[in-house]
Every structure is written in structure tokens, then in C-alpha cells.
Design a protein around this ligand. Structure first.
Ligand SMILES: Nc1ncnc2c1ncn2[C@@H]1O[C@H](COP(=O)(O)OP(=O)(O)O)[C@@H](O)[C@H]1O
Ligand SMILES: [Mg+2]
Length: 402
């Protein structure tokens, strides 16, 4: 499975310049092929967990991922508007270009968003390049544009010009829909299916209209529809999940959906030892949240990238363990059931089960912008973990961040 090996974010709010993992940087200005150099960092692991004090940029990091998805699904202007406008997003005092680099397997995607003199955001530059297996060579540049003009390379043919009619839209959105560019389509589909979780128990309690839906919405408002999908498409899997996990960790022996006369879809939850069902309105926040998470993770084809912001909120620590177990399984799967995870947390129990190269620490520099480092960069931390100290305990005793 291909995954994100590295990520760089520049000029996005408090994230003035942070890099995670490894970026194979073409040593070139946009549009000129040349050699590549690999930065020093070890590639990202399937689980990336970010810790740090309040106000150090954890939510901003998750939101940066959401911003990229919003740019793809609508456009750069809309993505900025959703966040209060370009001025709110651009790092204070920086050059007015927000930049993202995503190293996805051997593909390097770069997206730069700026704003014009009327403050309307646009795509300043965008490139997708394939870095050859041999460092130092580049076998194909897939596309590049700068200020709406660029080129795209079809496999085995000459480059063709690109002239964008709308510079707010991503080239990735357009070319990523043409079957003649399979690499671009694959990368667009990958970005398109990221799942950024903002689960809200209140939203999940409102019964939606009857339908079955495969994908959980960001806030979980279609939880009942997802359960209906499982009942229809994966009844045996749902039984297993209920019998093996829900029953043990939540005391729920059965769940079923049921269509009300007015066209709304309700979920009945049967607790062990009780005969009458409960409905979502009566279920605890933590129970609803864990059910939603476990359905998301149990999907036979889960999203390739899942981002959870402080998933521990409202979860009893033993429930958190069940959740982390599932994450481990999904991240280690070798087939389509594999997902990559970005998680922010304040919970030492969660960090306890992680390895030092899975944990990143956000700090704030003298300049008021975020800095990030990997727990495994510190030999003392590595040694103590090797000697059997859990990482969360080290964090608690201020070995990770001081
Ligand atoms: N445009 C900006 N430029 C620089 N810093 C910013 C900008 N917007 C917000 N910030 C800083 O980012 C902080 C918010 O970070 P946030 O991601 O919410 O932290 P966390 O989730 O770790 O608690 C704010 O407190 C503010 O200091
Ligand atoms: Mg936050």
C-alpha cells in the first residue's frame, strides 16, 4: 500500500514551516526538472500521533489536512472562506503563499495557495511529480502549473500545455478525472477519500432520513445510515463486531435500525441483561463515539487516511484501549484494509502503546510559531523505551516535552 511518507506545511497559521517524515525534494524551481535530494527524516509510520500543549498547533495540523481536501473538493477560495478568509489562515508576517508538500509513495504533490490584490485566494502553483526509484533522477513530471499556466506529461508522449480558466480550482481535480492519467487519478482518489473525524454525539443523536450509506460523515450525523449499510452489505461482519467488541467493551448485545413512519431512521441498541432497546437519544456520548469509530475502522475498505483529533475525549480509558487496538490492526493490515492515521492527543494511555518514531511533539518557538520533533530523535527516550518504560509514562514525567 502506498502511504504518506512525508508532509511539509508552510505559512498555515501557527505552522509557519513544519516537516514530518521524508520529502523527496526535486532540487528545482517549479517547472524545471532536475536532480532530487532527499531530506534527512525517516519516513512517516502508518500511525502518526502528535502531542503538544494547548495552542501549539494540533488542531491547526488536522485543519491543514482538511484545507487541502476542501481545496480539492470545491476550490481554494471556498476552502479559505470556510476558515474566515485568507488573512485568517496565512501565518502572520509571512510571504503570502501557503504551501503544502505531500510525499505519497514516489509521488510528490505540491500545492501553493496565495491571494490576489483583491484578497481572492487562488492556486499560485501546483505540481505532481513522480520521483524515480533512483535518487537523483526524475523519470516523469506529471504536471505543473504556475499562475494558471503549465504543462502535463502523458506517459510516452510529449508534454501538453495547460491554461486554466479558473485558477481557484486544482489541476488535480480536473486531470484527476481523466482516465488517461492513471497516476493523477489514483492520487486524486486518495486525497478525495481522506476521513477527518469531527464526531459529534449531538449530531449522531438526530435521526437521519432513511437510507443506507457506506461512509460516515465527518460529524457522524449519518451513523444510523451507516449501520443500515452494514446490515445490508455486511451482516456477518456486523454480527462479529457486536458479539466480539460491542458486547465486551460496551455491554451492547445487539443493534438494529428501524424506519419510523415519518421516514426517519432510528437505531435500537440492546444492552446485555435488558430486553427493551435504547435509542441514540438515550445513549452516552462515549458509547456513540466508540460505535462510530469501530464501524469506521471495521469497514472492509476503510478510508486510506484517517485523522482523529483528541479521540480520547469522552472515552473511558479501557474503551480507548479497544479503539487503539483497532487502529493498530488497521494500520498494520497489508491489503485494502490498511489505513494511515494522524491523531492528536493529550492522553498518556494512548501514547503508552506507541513507539517513539510514531510520536511527534509540537512546541512553540521564540518566534511564536510551531516547531515539531519526533520522540525517536531523542536517544534518552529511545533507550528508556527499550528498557521497558512506556512512552506515555515518559511524557508524563516530562521526558518528551519540557
Ligand atoms: N494566522 C496565524 N498566524 C500565526 N499564528 C496563528 C494564526 N492563527 C492562529 N495562530 C496561533 O495558533 C494557535 C491555535 O493553535 P491550535 O491548533 O488551535 O492549538 P491546539 O489544537 O494545539 O490547542 C492560536 O492560539 C494562535 O496562537
Ligand atoms: Mg486543539
Amino acid at each position: 500500500m502506498r502511504s504518506i511518507l512525508g508532509l511539509r506545511i508552510k505559512n498555515y497559521r501557527i505552522l509557519k514551516d513544519i516537516s514530518l517524515g521524508s520529502i523527496f525534494t526535486p532540487a528545482m524551481s517549479i517547472g524545471q526538472a532536475a536532480g532530487v535530494q532527499k531530506n534527512a527524516g525517516e519516513v512517516l509510520t502508518p500511525i502518526t500521533v502528535v502531542v503538544g500543549r494547548n495552542g501549539y498547533g494540533k488542531s491547526t495540523l488536522c485543519d491543514a489536512l482538511g484545507f487541502i481536501v476542501d481545496c480539492l473538493k470545491s476550490n481554494a477560495e471556498q476552502a479559505c472562506l470556510l476558515r474566515g478568509g485568507f488573512e485568517r489562515i496565512i501565518s502572520e508576517g509571512s510571504e503570502r503563499i501557503i504551501e503544502f508538500q505531500i510525499q505519497y509513495g514516489r509521488l510528490l504533490y505540491t500545492l501553493c495557495i496565495s491571494a490576489d490584490k483583491y484578497n481572492i485566494p487562488f492556486v499560485y502553483a501546483e505540481t505532481l511529480s513522480h520521483i524515480s526509484a533512483e535518487i537523483g533522477a526524475e523519470d516523469s513530471m506529471n504536471f505543473y502549473v504556475k499562475n494558471g499556466i503549465g504543462k502535463v506529461v502523458r506517459p510516452h508522449t510529449n508534454a501538453e500545455d495547460i491554461h486554466l480558466a479558473d485558477t481557484r480550482r486544482l489541476v488535480l481535480a480536473t486531470l484527476g478525472n481523466l482516465t488517461e492519467f492513471p497516476d493523477i487519478v489514483a492520487f486524486r482518489e486518495f486525497l478525495d477519500s481522506w476521513y477527518l473525524c469531527y464526531f459529534s454525539p449531538e449530531a449522531a443523536r438526530i435521526p437521519p432520513l432513511v437510507s443506507s450509506q457506506r461512509h460516515l460523515s465527518a460529524n457522524g450525523s449519518n451513523l444510523a445510515n451507516v449501520i443500515a449499510f452494514w446490515e445490508r452489505e455486511h451482516p456477518a461482519l456486523l454480527d462479529d463486531l457486536v458479539n466480539q467488541v460491542f458486547s465486551n467493551v460496551l455491554g451492547i448485545r445487539k443493534i438494529e435500525t428501524f424506519a419510523a413512519e415519518d421516514g426517519r431512521l432510528l437505531v435500537r441498541f440492546y444492552e446485555r441483561g435488558l430486553t427493551k432497546p435504547f435509542y441514540a437519544a438515550q445513549m452516552s456520548d462515549g458509547t456513540l463515539k466508540l460505535i462510530a469509530y469501530l464501524l469506521l475502522l471495521g469497514d472492509p475498505m476503510p478510508p486510506p487516511l484517517i485523522c482523529f483529533e483528541e479521540p480520547e475525549n469522552g472515552l473511558y480509558h479501557r474503551l480507548l484501549a479497544a479503539f487503539v487496538d483497532e487502529i493498530r490492526k488497521r494500520s498494520a493490515a497489508s491489503d485494502k484494509r490498511q489505513s494511515q492515521f494522524f491523531i492528536t492527543t493529550h492522553q498518556p494511555y494512548l501514547v503508552d502503546v506507541l513507539k517513539p518514531n510514531e510520536v511527534w511533539i509540537l512546541e512553540k518557538g521564540e518566534d511564536a510559531f510551531a516547531k515539531i520533533r519526533r520522540a525517536s530523535d531523542d536517544p534518552i527516550v529511545n533507550n528508556m523505551v527499550q528498557e521497558g518504560m512506556p512512552l506515555g509514562a515518559l511524557w508524563f514525567s516530562e521526558y518528551l516535552d519540557k
